[in-house]
Design a protein. Structure first.
Lengths: 363, 258
């Protein structure tokens, strides 16, 4: 906010009656404090010292530290460049050998003598399952975060927050196995019910079999990204200045109105960042989806029939028996996934940047 | 538009700590009343009890009775949000909503009350900003962030936000303590104008300010740290500052303690 001088008004307008009782004239305290400082340089000339100014040192800690940070910063760029060059170098020969259109072909058989593989269905499946997972997870996560930060008694809030964080520590293969062996049967029953009653909506159509579907994968993914989104947004909500919350309350806001007026807008950039981190995890999630999805190569919006696939899951499934071209094809698909993630991140930045004027003055 | 505020035997706690004890005082409509006293004497606690902001803190509670025009604001059937709409509050540090524009800040209270029509909001915003002596400075940049204004302008923005909902009583908790002398003067002038319409109660550490702006002054004090704050003397401002009837008041305003 910049200019909020502390108590200057009191000092400025304070009249004679108050200042008369001070023992020292203004400035006296500063002079007293200066006296014992001169111990660092011999001769007692004080830190400001007499004589000529010393030359600046050419190799000091300052310079060494600067070099160290520069090296660390450069290392990041070098590593990224090295990875990019490696990936492109491996991907290009496989893409050359591809006898079908890489973007539109629905299938993945790069190990044949005439390699055929296409990224379209995989990219579509990746985006669909991640978007669906986010759609399910975000409202729940924000609800939990608001409860933990503003409704729950402090001790309960801390304990529950810890539990949510613990959920993030569960390895994804455990989620995958649990999804495949336990969670799939209620999801199958639910899918059958949806198909019976809402089968006229294409999303829930089809003749089965149901279960190992995009819906199962998305639900498992939603549970996996829940802790990230929850704990980040909770942190952001807790940082809302009390002054703003009180301002809303003093205007006659109920608790929920206070959250809407002061807390949620203040936390908006943080919520977006949390969502993007969650989406990043969902897009890159490998083994849990490889275990829960039906693994087909087709573009379909059907959520409940067996099927679905993602780039990362396909890499996990196909890498074992891939030959040289097969590995190149998988690396090419990894590059596409990387691009998708990049676009998502840039979009998020753009959203935050658009309201920059407001969020910066808030800091 | 302005109402009488009466406190009888008001005692407020923070958990087990008794912050103020048995405060009795009546504030007449359309006057400015200053609450003065040394730090920790419970002025702000009492002020926050008047619009039920005290109870926002965990473990805080108030006993006794507080009425505005004979209606007990601590009655169980009273809606606390209605109390706070009737009794507005300006805080020590300017606290505009950082994510909102100047315009959105001013009409935030109206929007909370369900006013949606743009023309009504625009009229109310202009009226409130004019009343807060801020209209001329911001009329060309109502869409800019409220937090981008100077400290003094922000505080006037907060005053505009408070009076936009047309409360009966306006509480001010050291509204000038974070401002420079010129902004302070602007806000003091504003208080003179506002008392035509509102009952104003102001907490201040600045006795010159109390003497300049208030009609009546209440002096609070504590015996020693840890004791509850009490109302020592409450009288016309002129009397308090020229001829107080309690020795302790005189000691305080002449700067012998506190």
């Amino acid at each position: 906010m910049g200019e909020t001088p502390h108590r200057s008004a009191d000092a400025g307008t304070g009249g004679t009656r108050v200042t008369q009782s001070h023992e020292w004239p203004a400035g006296a305290s500063a002079r007293v404090a200066e006296a014992p400082v001169s111990t660092r340089s011999p001769g007692g000339t004080g830190l400001g010292g007499g004589g000529a100014l010393p030359r600046s040192r050419r190799f000091g800690a300052e310079r060494a530290f600067r070099g160290l940070t520069l090296a660390a910063g450069t290392a990041v760029l070098v590593i990224i460049a090295a990875i990019a060059i490696f990936l492109v170098a491996k991907a290009v020969p496989a893409l050359r050998a591809n006898t079908e259109n890489f973007w539109s072909y629905e299938g993945w058989s790069p190990n044949e003598t005439e390699p055929k593989f296409g990224i379209g269905a995989l990219a579509f499946g990746t985006v669909l399952s991640s978007a669906l997972a986010l759609l399910i997870a975000v409202p729940v996560a924000l609800g939990i975060a608001l409860y933990l930060s503003h409704y729950a008694p402090r001790r309960l809030g801390t304990a529950l927050g810890f539990l949510v964080d613990l959920l993030a520590a569960v390895p994804s293969v455990v989620f995958g196995l649990w999804g495949r062996d336990v969670f799939s049967s209620p999801v199958r029953d639910f899918s059958v019910w949806l198909n019976e009653h809402f089968g006229w909506i294409p999303l829930f159509g089809g003749d089965g079999p149901f279960g190992a579907s995009v819906m199962l994968g998305a639900l498992v993914l939603a549970i996996m990204v829940l802790p990230i989104i929850t704990s980040l947004s909770r942190e952001v909500f807790l940082q809302t200045p009390t002054a703003n919350e009180e301002a809303a309350l003093a205007l006659g806001a109920t608790r929920w109105e206070m959250l809407r007026t002061a807390v949620l807008p203040y936390g908006r950039p943080g919520i977006i960042a949390a969502m993007m981190l969650g989406l990043g995890r969902a897009l890159g999630e490998t083994i849990a989806l490889a275990l829960t999805l039906g693994i087909t190569f087709g573009i379909s919006f059907n959520l409940i029939q067996n099927g679905g696939n993602t780039i990362a899951a396909n890499i996990a499934n196909a890498f074992g028996e891939a030959n040289e071209t097969g590995r190149g094809a998988l690396i090419a698909s990894g590059l596409v996934l990387f691009t998708i993630t990049l676009i998502v991140n840039i979009t998020a930045r753009a959203i935050i940047y658009r309201r920059r004027e407001f969020t910066e003055s808030a800091a | 538009m302005a109402k009488r505020v009466s406190a009888s035997n008001v005692t407020a706690y923070y958990g087990g700590f008794k912050a103020i004890e048995n405060i009795n005082l009546t504030v007449e409509p359309k006057t400015v009343t200053a609450l003065i006293g040394p730090s920790g004497c419970g002025k702000s606690t009492f002020l926050r009890s008047i619009n039920r902001m005290h109870e926002v803190l965990p473990g805080a509670r108030v006993e006794g009775s507080l009425t505005i025009d004979d209606q007990d604001i601590y009655d169980r059937d009273v809606d606390v949000t209605a109390v706070r709409r009737t009794i507005g509050m300006v805080f020590q540090r300017p606290n505009p909503f950082p994510t909102m524009s100047i315009f959105e800040n001013v009409v935030a209270g109206l929007k909370l009350n369900g006013v949606r029509k743009k023309s009504i909001l625009e009229d109310a915003a202009e009226k409130a900003l004019r009343a807060a002596n801020l209209w001329g400075e911001v009329k060309d940049r109502l869409g800019k962030p409220g937090a981008g204004l100077s400290g003094g302008q922000q505080q006037r923005l907060c005053i505009a936000r408070t009076i936009a909902v047309e409360p009966q009583v306006v509480l001010m908790d050291e509204p000038c303590s974070a401002l420079d002398p010129i902004s302070t003067l602007a806000i003091e002038d504003l208080m003179f104008q506002l008392k035509d319409k509102f009952t104003i109660i102001i907490v201040t550490h600045n006795m010159q300010q109390a003497a300049r702006v208030s009609d009546r002054t209440a002096f609070f004090s504590i015996e020693k740290t840890g004791d509850p704050g009490r109302l020592i003397e409450y009288d016309n401002t002129q009397k308090i500052f020229s001829n107080p009837s309690v020795k302790k008041t005189e000691d305080y305003i002449t700067g012998r303690f506190g």
